[in-house]
Design a protein. Structure first.
Length: 203
């Protein structure tokens, strides 16, 4: 029998909620232990002096991608049963820009805001409240923005499908991109650290 287990009825919807709850707790715990419950740590990405978030998230993406790829190749995972969010290019670009702006201004993303709220950080609680208010406003204003929300539909499209490339080639390219990103992030961090050391001496 191949995963995903829920699709094959290995466990029901009630059990899936329990599994999701436990995974969520584990994810939040990992975020907090990694220091990602601190807005100072997160906004360091934009000052380029601590790119730990970039490294961790890229590592998570590559690990998940390789895991899914290998499990599919050995016949354990049926990729056709894995749900893909349909692509609507324009609204998702706009949403990414809005999320990025919120990240820069507020110092959190939705996941880290919830993890930080659980530890009692007031700024994260305020940010989280803004998420819920924004969601409510979007729902109320949906008739006005429906055209944008449903624009440029592309269905459940993947990069290999869209560019007609072998799946393994795209996986290999992403791994190379990650390695280059890690090396570049390390170089930038060292350069910023050197500048911080020189500037007080020069002044």
């Amino acid at each position: 029998m191949m995963a995903p287990f829920l699709k094959y009825g290995v466990f029901g919807s009630e059990t899936s909620l329990v599994v999701a709850f436990l995974l969520g707790i584990g994810f939040g715990f990992a975020l907090e232990r990694a220091g990602f419950g601190s807005a100072r740590k997160l906004v360091s990405q934009f000052y380029l002096d601590d790119l730990a978030v970039f490294k961790v998230m890229f590592t998570a993406i590559v690990t998940a991608m390789l895991g899914v790829t290998y499990l599919s190749w050995i016949g354990f995972l049926n990729l056709s049963l894995v749900y893909l969010v349909p692509t609507n290019l324009l609204p998702q670009i706009v949403g990414g820009l809005v999320l990025g702006a919120g990240f820069v201004i507020g110092g959190y993303c939705p996941g880290t805001a919830l993890a930080a709220t659980a530890t009692g950080r007031v700024d994260a609680l305020t940010y989280g409240a803004g998420l819920y208010v924004g969601t409510l406003l979007f729902a109320e204003a949906y008739p006005l923005v429906k055209g944008l929300h449903t624009a440029t539909p592309m269905g459940q499209t993947t990069i290999p499908q869209y560019f007609n490339l072998p799946y393994g080639l795209v996986v290999f390219a992403v791994v190379l991109m990650a390695l280059g990103g890690f090396a570049g992030a390390g170089w930038v961090e060292k350069k910023m650290a050197t500048q911080r050391t020189i500037e007080p001496t020069a002044s």
